[in-house]
Design a protein around this ligand. Structure first.
Ligand code: CAA
Length: 258
């Protein structure tokens, strides 16, 4: 792969988008490689995925403006679908995905971070949906995910105003969970990933599915979604192990992902 690096550290996979000449902007090739990298994650071995940007300035500075400049209506729609398909793949990946936002997260970059389960960022991060200033709407899910994460009113202000916001404001509105000095971001992302990875993997996956599926359902259906995924856990070795350890007052637990 030319633009994507993939590393595995223990139970944590790390995808780095690395296109330094363009601040890691997403063109069709980068999107294709990102999709392939996500497809290739070994879900038996990797329990949490981190996505970050190469270099020190940018997570992802958006979709590639040079590539989009001369698109027709149908090509624009197709380009949006290409991004949306990859981001949806990330959003619905069975394991949790953490965005370690190490700088610019603009347009498609902000949208990529929002397709992840949890956003952590560096103090120099800058978030925004600048699309209306470029004559387009957000096209990789921004109109949908931003309002779901921060609420419709703030999402509309940010999108209509094409305003960029710094890390502290992103934290204030709930777009990111934590802000760290740049040099501490990856360590903290890995620490959180490992904390999650040490819990029962099937329970974590089922919790992700329950939250993601349930959020768009009426409450009476959403709780049934939860009941089913809750019930499924009782067929697992890891439920017996986790509860057994509690009852036996045993500190050590061995979750086997089964
Ligand atoms: N697309 C293509 N190239 C980009 C890019 C993008 N989104 N962002 C940065 N680059 C390129 C620049 O053109 C420049 O290339 P050259 O050296 O060949 O000129 C290189 O990256 C470095 O960028 P700058 O010189 O501009 O660096 P800077 O530090 O002065 O500014 C920046 C950095 C603030 C990120 C600025 O580059 C910028 O504003 N980029 C565009 C951000 C943007 O508008 N993103 C939204 C895109 S639209 C979108 O994403 C639609 C969607 O929802 C799908």
């Amino acid at each position: 792969m030319e633009f994507i690096k993939y590393d595995v550290e223990g139970m944590v996979g790390i995808i780095t988008i690395d296109r330094p000449k363009a601040m890691n902007a997403l063109n069709s090739d980068v999107l294709k490689e990102l999709g392939s990298a996500v497809d290739a994650v070994d879900l038996d071995a990797v329990r949490v995925l981190i996505i970050t940007g190469g270099g020190e300035k940018s997570f992802v500075a958006g979709a590639d403006i040079g590539e989009m400049k001369d698109l027709s209506k149908s090509e624009g729609e197709e380009f949006g679908k290409r991004g949306n398909d990859v981001f949806r793949k990330i959003e619905t990946l069975p394991i949790p995905v953490i965005a370690a936002v190490n700088g610019y997260a603009l347009g498609g970059g902000c949208e990529l971070s929002m397709a992840c389960d949890i956003r952590l960022c560096s103090e120099n991060a800058l978030f925004g949906q600048p699309e209306t200033g470029l004559g387009i709407t957000p096209g990789f899910g921004g109109t949908q995910r931003l309002s779901r994460i921060v609420g419709v009113g703030i999402a509309k202000e940010l999108i209509y105003g094409a305003a960029n916001i710094k890390a502290d404001e992103a934290f204030r509105i709930g777009l990111v969970n934590h802000v760290y000095p740049a040099e501490e971001l990856m360590d903290n992302a890995k620490k959180l990933a490992n904390k999650i990875a040490n819990n029962a993997p099937i329970a974590v996956r089922n919790a992700k599915k329950a939250i993601n599926d349930g959020i768009d359902q009426p409450m009476d259906e959403a709780i049934v979604t939860e009941e089913k995924l809750f019930g499924d856990c009782f067929e697992t070795h890891d439920q017996a192990e986790g509860m057994g350890a509690f009852i036996e007052k045993r500190k050590e637990k061995t979750f086997t992902n089964s």
